[in-house]
Write a protein that binds this ligand. Sequence first.
Ligand SMILES: N[C@@H](CCC[C@H](N)C(=O)O)C(=O)O
Length: 272
Amino acid sequence: MPERYPFLKGHGTENDFVLLPDPDGSVHGELSPQRMAERVRALCDRRAGIGGDGVLRVVRRDGGWFMDYRNSDGSVSEMCGNGIRVFARYLVDEGLADPSAPIPVGTRDGVKVLTVDGDLITADMGAPRVLGESKVAVPGHAWVARHVDMGNPHAVAFVESLDDAGTLLDAPDHDETTYPHGVNVEFVVRRGDRHVAMRVHERGSGETRSCGTGACAVMVAAAVADGARPTDADVAYRVDVPGGTLTVTWTTDDRVLLTGPAVIVARGTTGL
Ligand SMILES: N[C@@H](CCC[C@H](N)C(=O)O)C(=O)O
């Protein structure tokens, strides 16, 4: 009988994750990086596994919580905006965090603070870095894209129609000098005043139904393009994704707040 260990499944606007409680590192912590990547791929497999865009290993570190995030191909990323909101939902549901107080969670991009308001969870993603422009392309279309760093790398392209991005079965072409470690590519259309819609091809996961850091990058790129950087007051945009709606607020003290629903939908044990 293979060793079995606990898992949960959750999502934020249909960006879905397998959660692996491993507070003291005794369940997965001893695995080699290669073996852990294999395990992540097996768990995220939508036919033979549980299915997910990524894995959130829930670890205790330095007296607090740490989100050990991996994409569905087993690669690590610095940050996951929807994932950390689902992570906070898990902590609250399990009685491991007080929903009436700010919840700090460590990530490879430093500590992020989450707040809970009923069904909605907000992640303080910190300061965005608005960088230069480069080209992204899919078969038949190419665009200039804005480089926004949200702890992880994003290329944001404003397009005429979200259909122009095509099937997104393969990663869009991008400038490998600008993005030596790969990139998350967002395709954006305007829907109204401070209202946009996007699709995303995520590094390490393919097209997903939502991307929290991607929504933040899109909002920041749109606000810059609109001449709406926050000066006297915070600026909020609605960002529609295929899996729902997120609200992104850029504050006058240069923090980006990502707000949306996050739910746990299943739990069990697995030997994958
Ligand atoms: N879905 C995530 C982003 C996950 C990481 C990304 N694929 C990367 O490799 O940087 C989000 O909600 O932010």
